[in-house]
Design a protein around this ligand. Structure first.
Ligand code: C5J
Length: 227
């Protein structure tokens, strides 16, 4: 196994693999499937669906190596007590958070549309982090779960690149985690925002972290044994 991943703006040094986690942000039906919140807001959801094969490959490799996998879900309590009015009122689709849509109440925990897409269904033992905000550290158990496992390095994937993914990566960077965003395993409804986010992360010598392709990650992890 390699000791680094070929990345931008320079190679990403790999730690002992048990310190590495795959973070899959908000790969939920509400964002990826027709009829969900993303489409109701007027977005082209097929752009997000396009990354599923890359995320599946990374997930399969992490599972095969016995490494930590973390799934996040953007969701709120049914009474919306964890959803500030500022967040609820700002989305200006035909429906908003908490309203009933084709896949149940939008962004409400436990509703069909709030679930992770079937291709990426979490397996027993994988960490699931429900989050009321865009960042995965805000009002969640993520720090505790990472510390419990001795995780220091995060490979980040999911949607959307400039919203929940970038917010989480910045939160993680400020907390001292070494973060790499997998460039073709994250997507935005806006290709220009995706590109700008990758550029912002790697600018100034990797001010927020690294980016690399799925292929580069898989190549580096080839031959890795059990953690
Ligand atoms: C958004 C997310 N875009 N998961 N959520 O509201 O990025």
């Amino acid at each position: 196994m390699a000791d680094q991943i070929a990345a931008q703006p320079y190679s990403y040094p790999l730690p002992p693999l048990k310190q590495l986690a795959l973070v899959i942000i908000d790969m939920q039906r509400d964002f990826l499937e027709p009829g969900g919140f993303g489409e109701i807001l007027g977005n082209e959801v097929s752009r997000l669906e396009a990354i599923v094969p890359q995320v599946e490959k990374l997930l399969a490799r992490f599972r095969a190596l016995g490494l930590t996998v973390i799934h996040t879900l953007e969701c709120h309590r049914p009474d919306l007590s964890d959803c500030p009015p500022s967040k609820r009122n700002r989305g200006k689709g035909t429906l908003t958070i908490g309203d009933s849509g084709p896949m149940g109440r939008i962004l409400i925990a436990g509703e069909p549309g709030n679930g992770i897409i079937p291709a990426l269904t979490p397996q027993p033992g994988e960490v699931i982090i429900p989050k009321p905000g865009k960042g995965a550290f805000y009002h969640t158990d993520l720090t505790a779960e990472l510390e419990k496992r001795g995780i220091t390095h995060l490979l980040i994937t999911g949607v959307t690149t400039e919203v929940c993914v970038q917010t989480t990566m910045r939160e993680a960077n400020d907390r001292g985690y070494e973060c790499l965003l997998v460039s073709d395993a994250t997507a935005s409804y806006f290709p220009e925002f995706h590109a700008a986010t990758l550029a912002m992360i790697t600018a100034q010598g990797g001010i927020v972290g690294w980016t690399a392709t799925t292929e580069a990650v898989l190549t580096a992890l080839e031959g890795g044994g059990e953690a």
